[in-house]
Design a protein around this ligand. Sequence first.
Ligand code: COA
Ligand code: AMP
Length: 635
Amino acid sequence: MTNLYDEAYQQSINDPETFWGNAAEDCKWDKKWDKVLDDSNKPFYRWFTGGELNTCYNALDYHVDERGRGDKIAIIYDSPVTNTIKKYTYSELRDKVAKFAGVLVEQGVVKGDRVIVYMPMIPEAAIAMLACARIGAIHSVVFGGFAAKELATRIEDAKPRVIVSASCGIEGKKVIKYKPLLDEAINLSSSKPEKCVIFQRPMETASMVEGRDIDWSDAAAQAAPAACVSVAATDPLYILYTSGTTGQPKGVVRDNGGHLVALKWTMKAIYDIDEDDVWWAASDVGWVVGHSYIVYAPLFKGCTSILFEGKPVGTPDAGVFWRIISEHKVKCMFTAPTAYRAIKREDPKAKLMKDYDLSCFKILFLAGERSDPDTIQWSENNLNVPVIDHWWQTETGWAIAANCMGLHHFPVKYGSPTKAVPGWDVQSLNEANEPVTPGEIGALSVKLPLPPGTLPTLWQNDARYKESYLDEYPGYYKTADAGIVDEEGYIYVMSRTDDIINVAGHRLSTGAMEEVLSDHPDVAECAVLGVEDSLKGQVPVGFLVLNAGVERSNDEIIKEVVQMVRDRIGPVAAFKTATVVKRLPKTRSGKILRGTIQKIADNADYNVPATIDDPATLGEMEAALEGIGLAKARK
Ligand code: COA
Ligand code: AMP
């Protein structure tokens, strides 16, 4: 017997043009597309070529002007760290966005210009993004937890005409000044913005640079609202930088047309959300989840989206999620498993849940890292709703695998984000580019073309796009995740095949951290690995081999490298542990045996690799790891 999922899936793979063409009919186009899928320049596929539209119009004006839903709440800003709850209707949000778009226009921003948004989780971050979309400018949001140097790298690559920022962010009880970081980043970058628009928050007033910096509130008070500008479906909407395998992040590009069509479709198909529902993605606008599911998809759908400035614990306590769900009548929420692990650790019996009526709550969605069965079961038992793991990446913009709750609810298999979402032909491949037998591990890959809303390329770098994602498995997109597809089509995502680690749902490159450590004058050689952590999933740990003759204390050097990673990558890297070793375990050809070190650190069983240069190095490694409380001695 078929179900809605099977029907949708088959059509999306066998006849993608009809499938996505139908989905596109649900969106507002200024000019209809000529072709749904344009494969004239393989492997660079394009969706909805010839079509013209405006993303901001679809997110806001459409609901206000054409559907009479201007009074519906678009965004609820809930900020326990500032004791604020503020609601914006679609009309109010549209007007604020149009005004801020006017501010950008007055600063000379035109279609195709880049605007960097370096903001905390305040409504102005979403307003800035939507204002860019309104005038056809390309936004690039940079997460607040990155250091000035990371911001500088992004400024250097995107070359923004304008940067939008705020005086500060609030992290738990700390006020983090953003403006000094922004000023330092601009100093470090050879590309300079012409203007910076700064939103001054009441708890911190940023000092302004004469002639360059503009006060958001003053400028918005005087600006004339700007109208929506038509852009090509294939024009970029945004660039979002994500960790690659080097210190140079990848600028993932998202187009306007495919993004609108795919994301609007997902709200019902995957998340079972209708326009009168309240939806909450507890993430940050600096991450792809924030782009797709705090800002764009819920607004395309016309429902209410919660924008949360706070943490799962400590703001003020581990009951804040339950307070928000019951107070705003949230139907479904989406967050990273680490957030639930943090709550579970603080309130294992979920006592704080009892204070709230959660009858409105129907589904919990988790993504960003592997969902461990413990966390899923704890959430299922306490919330008494389906807990749905789903798998995706910054590059894909929306889920590759999920239990599509608006189509068909499949039985959950713990450890699996269920099946490929319609649009995704997922295969687990061997090195010869052939699908492995069901149940065997391989390289999780997606047969081209990727569905709409995914990355068409990397910002001004087609070569790196091809090399990173398409060259290794011809005809496929390489996810860089290893995993299994079983006989029933359930997908299991096991581990990354590159040096990316996931720390509290944040994607980081150990290679980038190694670049920082190598810069320390006393470090001859180093390795950074992600080791298992019961709260954050993984945390980075550094192994340092010092130059011969170094006489300073190890503790001193470790303190310095920890500070260097914090200063150059940012606090979000959570790099707090390192140890000095005499040498690193290597193969005879000199390759560091990362996999083996990782297993020792995670207390997993390992075999001594046949290619090891000196097996004694493994014992030394065990001792070093034991010294920092990681590996248990194996007597
Ligand atoms: N601006 C400035 N600094 C930031 C920041 C921001 N936007 N976000 C995080 N940081 C800082 C934190 O203050 C912390 O600094 P510290 O070392 O001085 O304490 C550091 O970066 C690490 O932050 P975080 O990863 O948030 O760890 P935490 O220990 O403060 O909290 C959790 C742990 C699990 C509660 C937290 O990571 C969390 O809520 N995770 C949810 C994950 C999520 O939303 N992921 C998005 C993908 S869905
Ligand atoms: P990001 O680009 O930050 O979204 O990180 C993407 C990576 O996070 C993926 O390539 C996976 O390694 C990991 N990831 C995301 N969601 C899941 C999931 N549900 N299960 C396992 N790993 C996941």
